[in-house]
Design a protein around this ligand. Structure first.
Ligand SMILES: NC(=O)c1ccc[n+]([C@@H]2O[C@H](COP(=O)([O-])OP(=O)(O)OC[C@H]3O[C@@H](n4cnc5c(N)ncnc54)[C@H](OP(=O)(O)O)[C@@H]3O)[C@@H](O)[C@H]2O)c1
Length: 294
């Protein structure tokens, strides 16, 4: 049934670009696309076959069987309430954290509503990041089956989520994705403080980050942990704390928090015994003693 339906996109940003191009490559027709600025809709429509760029979100809704609301999360409720939806039409949003009921205006009009959240990061509008990813889907039948099939057509897997679980699901994704960027930024900043240019720092740190991710894939999270906490090198941890504290006490706080969360992983790996773990925990919790002024 999936290859017969027409799709429309409200919002023409990073996600809409990736999804619409990928759906078209898999035999779907994208009828129309709208966005806040016509220019964005036009740019996306030009990449698609026989797709109209329109100024009015209503035109997208009127032209498609299944409408993706691919605007920023905070805009989804106002789009859902401004459009006049048809009975039997399908409407989904792609937010990770928001519940399906922000689409209730569409549901009240007799549309089927759902969520189709690709667990992936789309910064460059490229479609190659879709293979093997997981889509978190939520809807009532028959839309639920439709969304599961669409996830598989794009080469992905699906998990079914309840609205009440979406915030935790998405917070976890923020740790794994956004805060990885934050950690890369912190690492590059620290190298800049010792006069390594930022581009060189990023270039040097990337293989380390990639190697870690590859290890997680091949040997799992726990076995991938290396470094001073995994080895029980408390002296090294002390040195880190003292050095970081000289540069930025807020970064020391973060190092402590992450370190404390790393101890159970090191214990799980079986490399850290109880007394080593207690020693490192004490070091991570105790304040740095600054040398007294004479
Ligand atoms: N990017 C990701 O990695 C990612 C991953 C998974 C899920 N998502 C979800 O996908 C959705 C879109 O995110 P995004 O990253 O693609 O955002 P984005 O790149 O900022 O694009 C948002 C688009 O919505 C348009 N827009 C804003 N207000 C509008 C309105 N009232 N009517 C019609 N269009 C409007 C914007 O128009 P202009 O271009 O004209 O300003 C823009 O084209 C969000 O729900 C997000 O949570 C994103």
């Amino acid at each position: 049934m999936t290859d017969k339906i027409n799709l429309g996109f409200i919002g023409a940003g990073a996600l809409a670009t990736t999804l619409s191009v990928a759906f078209e490559q898999n035999g779907f027709h994208i009828t129309a696309v709208s966005s806040r600025r016509f220019e964005s809709a036009k740019n996306l429509a030009e990449r698609l076959d026989q797709c109209r760029a329109v100024v009015d979100n209503q035109e997208v809704a009127d032209s498609a069987d299944l409408v993706f609301i691919a605007t920023p999360d905070d805009v989804i409720p106002s789009v859902a309430s401004q459009v006049i939806w048809r009975k039997g039409q399908m409407v989904v949003h792609c937010s990770g954290a928001d519940p399906v009921d922000i689409l209730n205006p569409a549901k009240k009009a007799g549309s089927q509503t759902g969520v189709f959240h690709p667990l992936q990061t789309f910064a460059a509008g490229l479609d190659e990041n879709l293979k093997g990813i997981t889509f978190a889907v939520e809807a009532e039948e028959p839309l639920l089956t439709q969304l599961k099939e669409m996830a598989q057509i794009l080469g992905g897997n699906w998990i079914q989520l309840k609205s009440k679980d979406r915030a935790i699901y998405h917070a976890a994704a923020v740790f794994a994705c956004n805060y990885l960027v934050t950690l890369a930024d912190i690492a590059a900043n620290l190298w800049e403080s010792i006069e390594v240019p930022r581009d060189k720092a990023v270039l040097a740190l990337l293989p380390l980050m990639r190697g870690t991710i590859n290890n997680i894939e091949s040997i799992g999270v726990t076995n991938s942990l290396t470094g001073p906490i995994a080895r029980g090198d408390s002296g090294t941890v002390k040195k880190h704390l003292a050095a970081l504290d000289n540069i930025d006490p807020d970064i020391t706080k973060l190092y402590r928090e992450l370190g404390l969360n790393t101890i159970p992983i090191a214990i799980g790996k079986g490399k850290l015994d109880k007394s080593q773990a207690e020693d490192i925990e004490r070091i991570l919790k105790q304040p740095i003693l600054q040398p007294e002024c004479e």
